[in-house]
Ligand binder design. Structure first.
Ligand code: SAM
Length: 279
């Protein structure tokens, strides 16, 4: 079960930071499943977010063309440099993954795969950022809190289904790789985790006239989950007549609730709202 994590932590007398979400992997079976689940190979440029003491990095390096890791904690930088200096294909960026420009890191690399065991507090902002900025990568394999993975992977009419599900499924195919229990980490987190792989689609799953408006409609629909779509979409600012016409044209019953709509139905509704808001 145990790998080099504990040894490196003790050797460098590393002190874990709770606020940076530092729970390091100590379970080799999870490392293996992330490697297999992410599908990385020697043609891939891997970007790892939050390498910790380099536990996952060390197993990815011999299997990938290059691994660039982005780590925020300055205490981990010398440790990573020392522990991974035997790998010429390793590059380290000391920065906040919420601030770096991934376009600069990706450059003209063609087969880019992201891998991360994410601190729970940055999970959603990082996923949103990676998907909405149009970065050129193939997949994102991430370990995240079980509840967030369930939201991402959920379907209409489930209580987990929300804006995050729609955003991710608009851009990606999703696949749960495995569950991970708290005993696989040092120190143990309080929650269960899931490794999920998001494969970016060549083009979004549904065609929309105006992407910004599409997500506005989605967010408004989930903002007031218990309300009818009619009430939820009133704040979009269309006149009563135009909103009514949009519903009629879309064929979607205004008495339904947002959580019942599939991605295709959201697209149909947003495209009708678009038509009546620009006329
Ligand atoms: N990948 C390692 C592993 O699996 O053992 C460590 C995972 S630990 C859950 C999360 C890592 O992300 C920590 O090393 C933490 O310092 C780093 N981190 C936290 N916030 C970050 C941010 N905004 N940008 C980059 N790294 C961050």
């Amino acid at each position: 079960m145990d790998n080099k994590t504990r040894e490196i932590v003790e050797k460098h007398k590393f002190k874990f930071s709770k606020s940076l979400g530092q729970n390091f992997l100590i379970d080799d079976t999870v490392l293996d499943d992330i490697i297999v689940g992410s599908g990385i190979n020697e043609d891939d440029f891997v970007i790892e977010i939050g390498p910790g003491v380099g536990t996952l990095t060390r197993v990815m390096l011999p299997r990938a063309k290059k691994v660039t890791a982005i780590e925020l904690d300055s205490d981990l930088i010398p440790i990573l440099i020392e522990e991974l200096n035997e790998f010429p294909n390793f590059q380290l960026i000391h920065n906040d993954a919420l601030k770096v420009d991934f376009n600069e890191i990706i450059g003209d690399e063609e087969s880019v795969k992201l891998v991360a065991n994410l601190p729970y507090y940055v999970t959603t902002p990082i996923i949103v950022r990676l998907l909405t900025k149009g970065y050129n990568f193939k997949s994102l394999t991430i370990m995240i809190q079980k509840e967030v993975a369930e939201r991402i992977d959920s379907e209409p009419n489930c209580k987990e289904y929300g804006s995050l599900s729609v955003l991710v499924q608009y851009h990606c195919n999703t696949k749960i790789v495995r569950k991970v229990s708290p005993t696989s980490f040092l120190p143990r987190p309080k929650v269960d985790s899931i490794v999920i792989r998001l494969d970016k689609l060549d083009k979004p799953r549904v065609e929309v006239e105006d992407e910004k408006l599409f997500f506005k409609v989605v967010r408004a629909s989930f903002n007031m989950r218990r309300k009818t779509l009619w009430n939820a979409l009133k704040p979009l600012g269309l006149s009563k007549e135009d909103l009514e016409s949009a519903f009629i044209e879309s064929g979607i019953d205004q008495k339904r609730r947002g959580e019942t709509l599939s991605l295709e139905e959201f697209a149909t509704l947003a495209n009708s709202v678009y038509k009546f808001s620009i006329k």
